[in-house]
Design a protein around this ligand. Structure first.
Ligand code: HGY
Ligand code: MN
Ligand code: MN
Length: 416
């Protein structure tokens, strides 16, 4: 039985134009973006988003972690809203779509409902979560983590960037420390549209990823302390080389991940070496191990083996070592009711689909703790992300936002 709303579609051209407009804010050096959280570029992007939301008739609230909630009223204000959102902050060499598609795709859903004159019983809220990327300030997904009760707000605001600036101070500086207490805002459900950031959908020629699970993650920050000395005149046996220790631990992380092939992943993305002079043996190295897997027990095994192996390497090389867990979340299973709405929407709209597990972490992984949550993926070219060459097609973006429209309408309940 078909209904009047069965074949509704968003305006793909308008969505694409908004993506390209936002991409001009905090440009990268190779066509992507460097709009890191709580920078002036992030502030500019937030203000543009806020103006667009207000132009679409929404009211924008900001909580004390800077997360933005743009609200479209429903016919029954007593009901908890359906949230749709993601993040506008990017990696330092990020793409134009990671996170941004989820925020602007949700805005396009609202713009389309306005065009179509469709009202919903439940309010709808479009959300921009602060600091999803966790690059400038560790951990990732920190604002959604505070909202879900995983992190203490004061602790989150105490996190510092490489220049020692505090997250809380930067939030104030850009004028986005909002009055609303974090986590008090109620929600009925949350949907997040995101690019896959992996190769599966494109390789299989599939339009829509129905994200059933998010894999678990652990970030270990390791500090190795050796002794700075002349690279020319210090005999090899006398060297206490922190850089050598870091290199051996990077190799260890790779071996441990491969030992749990094909699903485990492990790498070191962040590394600071001191004093970083060509002719001084590295006295200190600070780096972050990133390990992930859909099974919590495998993450625990990788964690234990890396800690033990790193301790042996440090002992062999006479290095001091500190390990701090700076990020972790368990694998998540998303909400089955929302997942079936996403599958039905893709089928109704004629889009191919497949269930998929998310390799990357997302705000939805934390919000899943406090309300029914699910994600929709669209393909990305060569599965590439966290790279300025990240690319998607307008057709992929449109399909993802079309499915988001229908899943949101079913959840927010169309009136009349
Ligand atoms: O690290 C992640 O998975 C996400 O991109 N913050
Ligand atoms: Mn993202
Ligand atoms: Mn990302």
């Amino acid at each position: 039985m078909t209904t009047p709303t069965d074949n509704l579609r968003i305006n793909g051209d308008r969505l694409w134009d908004s993506l390209m407009e936002m991409a001009k804010v905090g440009p990268g050096v190779r066509g992507g973006n460097n709009r890191q959280t709580l920078t002036d570029a992030d502030r500019e992007g937030r203000l543009l988003f806020q103006r667009w939301c207000e132009d679409a008739g929404m009211t924008v609230a900001v909580d004390s972690m800077g997360t933005m909630f743009a609200r479209r009223e429903g016919t029954d204000a007593s009901l908890d809203p359906v949230m749709m959102g993601s993040h506008l902050d990017t990696q330092p060499t990020g793409g134009k779509y990671d996170g941004v598609l989820g925020v602007l795709g949700a805005l396009e859903v609202v713009r389309s409902l306005n065009d179509l004159g469709i009202r919903t019983r439940r309010p709808i809220e479009v959300v921009n979560w602060t600091n999803e990327e966790g690059t400038r300030f560790v951990p990732a997904m920190v604002a959604s983590g505070v909202f879900a009760g995983r992190y203490d707000e004061a602790w989150a605001k105490s996190r510092t960037d490489a220049e020692g600036k505090r997250l809380g101070d930067e939030l104030k500086r850009i004028g986005f420390e909002g009055p609303e207490p974090v986590g008090q805002r109620k929600l009925h459900a949350m949907l997040e549209l995101h690019i896959e950031q992996g190769p599966i959908l494109e390789d299989e020629g599939i339009d829509i990823g129905v994200v059933t699970h998010g894999q678990g993650l652990k970030w270990l920050q390791i500090t190795l302390t050796g002794k700075e000395a002349h690279t020319g005149s210090t005999p090899m046996p006398k060297r206490i080389n922190a850089g050598l220790g870091a290199a051996r631990i990077v190799q260890l992380v790779d071996e441990v991940a491969w030992s749990h092939a094909p699903l485990a992943v492990g790498a070191v993305g962040h590394m600071e070496v001191y004093p970083n002079s060509r002719n001084i043996i590295q006295g200190k190295v600070v780096f972050t191990v990133d390990i992930r897997h859909p099974d919590k027990a495998v993450i625990a095994d990788m964690d234990a083996r890396i800690r033990a192996g790193a301790a042996k390497i440090a002992e062999d090389l006479k290095l001091g070592m500190e390990i701090e867990e700076v990020g972790a979340f368990d694998p998540v299973a998303f909400d089955e009711t929302l997942l079936s709405r996403i599958r039905d929407a893709a089928d109704r709209l004629g889009y191919s689909r497949r269930d998929i597990v998310s390799g990357a972490g997302h705000d939805a992984c934390w919000i899943n703790r406090v309300a029914p949550t699910a994600m929709i993926f669209c393909p990305c070219v060569d599965g590439l992300s966290h790279n300025e060459d990240e690319e998607i097609s307008k057709a992929w973006a449109t399909a993802g936002a079309d499915v988001l429209l229908h899943a949101a309408l079913e959840t927010a309940e169309v009136v009349g």
